[in-house]
Design a protein. Structure first.
Length: 396
């Protein structure tokens, strides 16, 4: 029986993973080792009971009494806190879903790789923050990383049977997010609610805002470089409002392989769950005659400064990815709590990069977890300072 764990089980990707596991037989077909969440302990406990998990862990320690109460009599162990989540990743499982949001997903992912199983990686932040370390850890332990981000799953599928050396370009598609048709000057006034109205995908709150700002695509450009080992100038971004082509790979003979499907994360998750096989999945089938047209347009860098910033990060290499991601997380927090405006997020990240990069050695690709955590911490401090300045200006 295959053993599984889901980190970030109560989130959008976690729920879709749970759905697929249940449809594939649930506790009769899988031995569930660990399920984790942050604060929604009622849902976490419910999932743990259904899958008869060994342990359920919530990140927020103040929620432990409620988690224990919700699991009473179930035989599922309860635990709480970041250390407990990392310890849950020390429990071997054949297939582990990494679907915590943000840099908090890095340590559990690294710990899970040490068992040499499969890590299905939705948490793109860990590749952006620590790509070389993550890939080296996987290689050292004979573990396999499978992409779950829809674009990267699409690229991965387009590359089956191909030699990566024959790849000329990788084209990431982007919906353009909720605000893509707004006049540029109006973007500064966009509210959280407006930025959350994603045209095609239902996702967690943070990635939905990141889609509107294209910080999500900027992270994905870096994720592509780290995962597939191509050079930054081989990676392109195109706006494709229908979100039906999930990405494309162009080869040296001029051929382009595109991956199409409904915008449903259960496709990419299911591909990673069944890999290297394919199995029927409960996703909508495309009616091409009804769709009739697919459209594309080049992204405007004035509207999406994140796409420019990710190029600077890739040129700097080393710990720049950790700085970029951490600054982005703080900028997003401040936008969500109303402190700064929508376009200020890029200002915070740009300012943080400019201040932190000269303060640290960024050249090396040999990085330890401590180096990464140090860069992440410094970037959060500097980003909070930058955001406070912008918030002050906004208030006056
Ligand atoms: P989400 O916010 O819906 O869920 C995040 C999960 O992580 C929840 O279980 C939450 O409880 C948990 N969590 C939050 N903060 C935590 C912390 N500090 N420590 C431990 N656990 C914590 O997010 P999501 O949309 O499911 O995204 C999860 C990851 O997958 C992200 O890295 C995102 O970029 C990536 N991703 C998501 C989608 C999507 O369709 N939602 C698509 C591609 C990639
Ligand atoms: Mg994506």
């Amino acid at each position: 029986m295959r053993s599984i764990s889901i980190f970030g089980a109560t989130g959008s990707v976690g729920e879709s993973t749970f759905d697929l596991i249940c449809r594939a037989g649930g506790a009769k077909a899988f031995r569930t080792v660990a399920l984790t969440g942050a604060r929604n302990v009622a849902r976490l406990a419910e999932m743990a009971r259904v899958l008869r998990a060994e342990v359920a862990v919530c990140a927020d320690e103040s929620c432990l009494p409620d988690l224990r109460a919700a699991l009473a009599g179930s035989g599922v162990q309860a635990a709480a806190g970041d250390a407990a989540i990392a310890e849950a990743a020390d429990r071997p499982a054949d297939w582990v879903m990494s679907a915590i949001v943000g840099a908090a997903g890095l340590v559990p992912g690294l710990r899970a790789l040490r068992h040499g199983g499969t890590l299905a990686l939705a948490n793109k932040e860990s590749l952006v923050t620590a790509g070389p370390l993550l890939m080296a850890t996987a290689a050292a332990h004979g573990a396999r990383l499978l992409p779950v981000d829809s674009e990267h799953s699409a690229i991965f599928q387009a590359l089956v049977g191909e030699d990566i050396a024959s790849v000329e370009r990788i084209i990431l598609t982007a919906s353009g997010g909720a605000l893509r048709d707004w006049p540029l000057p109006a973007l500064a006034q966009a509210t959280v609610k407006e930025a959350l109205a994603h045209p095609n995908w239902a996702m967690g709150q943070r990635i939905t805002i990141d889609s509107a700002s294209m910080f999500n695509k900027a992270l994905e450009v870096i994720e592509t470089r780290e995962f597939f080992g191509v050079s930054p100038d081989q990676i392109e971004v195109i706006i494709h409002p229908e979100s039906l082509i999930h990405s494309l790979v162009g080869f040296q003979d001029g051929a382009i392989m595109a991956h199409l499907g409904a915008p449903d994360m259960r496709h990419a998750i299911g591909y990673a769950l069944n890999w290297p096989d394919r199995a029927p999945l409960p996703v909508a089938r495309l009616d091409l005659a009804q769709i009739a047209t697919l459209s594309f347009r080049a992204p405007d860098l004035a509207r999406y400064p994140a796409l420019r910033l990710c190029r600077e990060v890739m040129a700097a290499r080393g710990l720049a990815g950790a700085v970029f991601n951490a600054a982005k997380e703080i900028a997003l927090d401040r936008f969500l709590d109303g402190g700064i405006g929508f376009m200020d997020m890029a200002g915070v990240v740009e300012d943080t990069l400019a201040r932190v990069m000269p303060e640290m050695c960024l050249e090396t690709d040999v990085m330890t977890l401590e180096d990464i955590q140090g860069a992440d911490h410094l970037a959060r401090v500097r980003a909070a300072e930058a955001a406070a300045v912008l918030a002050g200006r906004r208030a006056t």
